[in-house]
Design a protein around this ligand. Structure first.
Ligand SMILES: *Cc1c(COP(=O)(O)O)cnc(C)c1O
Length: 404
């Protein structure tokens, strides 16, 4: 008789987005004349850039000819893409990362879920609170998180590092030493960042206590401030303590096309064992790969034309972020983020809970956002708006906020 992995049963239902959908549907049914503007989505909306589309067409045609057909992709990904990544994302920033330390994948969500498999279940994880829920959820499925306290919405074996207005959204070193530290910078959902010298302290700390930092830089392209690091490998000593996750989703619109990569430096070791060699095993030919066509499209992102087009897309979203940030500030809200990330994080007014504010905004402004409590207990009393909507709708939403 088969048995299931009962760690899956420990996962509390993901109420966040289904609850939002239910509430919005009920509101629309009751108010068919009202037009709801959605500023809650964590997905891009602009179409793929022309250079990417052209490249996709060419790559598809290559697949139809015997001379240029491609079967299984190489284990780590095509060298043309890994070399472009190493040159443009690392060497150009003075970071010592080579093409063979890059593992091309079908996205950072998958990698952030899968990467924990190379670590013992006995490892203790530390996460920023609030944060992207995938890190904790995948560790729950692996059996690394202890028991769930539904009241506190926390797991007994997870170290939570609160990131709130009180500490400027900068996590503090935990009292108890973690083995794996997840850092998402710029952060989803708060849109906040830390400086390079603050990240250096984390690298030094991880090296000192023998921990690994799993660094999610999915929003790197949105960084506008000088002193915010684009990669953890800008820090001294990161090669012995850090894994970096990157994605083409938010900077190039690949959320449906799927492409990302993970960097594991060869100096990252547990005793004699290199994590690079472990991940190469896990990766295999068929796991986590991205198709030839998509890797070619990824390469297009590094051409001069591609880079210019992507820069425009990021600027479009960041212009929305500026509009939201200004609109909310002018309306008297306390606002964070939105400068180095497409997310704006606001403090709910009048001590409303995150869900109370959700209802208020939907009913009074017909605007949908995301309750902060859905990203961790320290997100209670906060609310996330995203810059991924159309510019027109973003402007209209701010007009409504003004008149709340
Ligand atoms: C959107 C997002 C990703 C991207 O994941 P993909 O699987 O590459 O689409 C990764 N990390 C965070 C924090 C995100 O918000």
């Amino acid at each position: 008789m088969f048995k299931i992995n009962d760690n899956y049963l420990k996962l509390p239902g993901s109420y966040l987005f289904s609850n939002i959908a239910k509430k919005v549907a009920a509101f629309q049914q009751a108010n068919p004349d009202k037009e709801v503007i959605k500023l809650g989505i964590g997905d891009v909306t602009l179409p793929l850039a022309p250079k990417i589309i052209d490249t996709l067409h060419e790559a598809v045609d290559e697949m139809g000819k015997a001379e240029t057909f491609h079967g299984y992709a190489p284990d780590l990904g095509y060298e043309f893409l890994r070399t472009a990544i190493a040159d443009h994302d690392y060497k150009s920033r003075g970071c010592d990362i080579s093409a063979d330390e890059i593992f091309v994948s079908d996205g950072a969500k998958c990698d952030s879920g899968n990467i924990q498999e190379i670590f013992s279940v006995d490892n203790k994880i530390a996460v920023c609170d609030p944060v992207y829920p995938v890190y904790v959820d995948t560790n729950v499925m692996a059996g690394r998180t202890g028991t769930y306290d539904p009241k506190a919405e926390t797991w007994s074996d997870v170290i939570y590092m609160p990131c709130t207005a009180e500490n400027n959204f900068i996590p503090e070193f935990p009292r108890e030493n973690p083995d794996l530290i997840y850092l998402c910078i710029p952060n989803n959902p708060t849109g906040t960042t830390i400086t390079k010298s603050q990240l250096q302290e984390w690298v030094d700390y991880a090296n000192k206590i023998g921990a690994v930092i799993i660094y999610d830089a999915a929003y790197e392209a949105y960084i506008t401030e000088e002193d915010v690091p684009h990669t953890i490998f800008e820090c001294e000593g990161a090669r012995t303590c850090a894994i970096e996750l990157r994605s083409f989703s938010k900077n190039a619109g690949f959320t449906g096309t799927r492409l990302g990569f993970t960097v594991i430096p060869k100096d990252l070791k547990c005793g004699d064992v290199s994590l690079h060699s472990l991940w190469a095993r896990r990766h295999g030919t068929k796991y986590n790969g991205a198709p030839y066509i998509i890797q070619k499209a990824g390469l297009a992102c590094y051409t001069e034309e591609g880079k210019a087009q992507l820069k425009e897309q990021v600027a479009y979203y960041m212009n929305n972020a500026r509009v939201i940030k200004e609109g909310l500030s002018n309306a008297g809200f306390t606002v964070f983020g939105g400068v180095n990330a497409p997310y704006i994080w606001l403090k709910t007014p009048d001590k409303m809970t995150s869900w109370e504010f959700f209802d208020y905004l939907l009913e009074k402004g017909n605007i949908v956002g995301t309750p902060g409590s859905g990203f961790g207990p320290s997100g209670e009393g906060y609310f996330r708006l995203t810059a991924f909507g159309s510019h027109e709708n973003t402007l209209r939403a701010m007009e409504r906020i003004k008149n709340l």
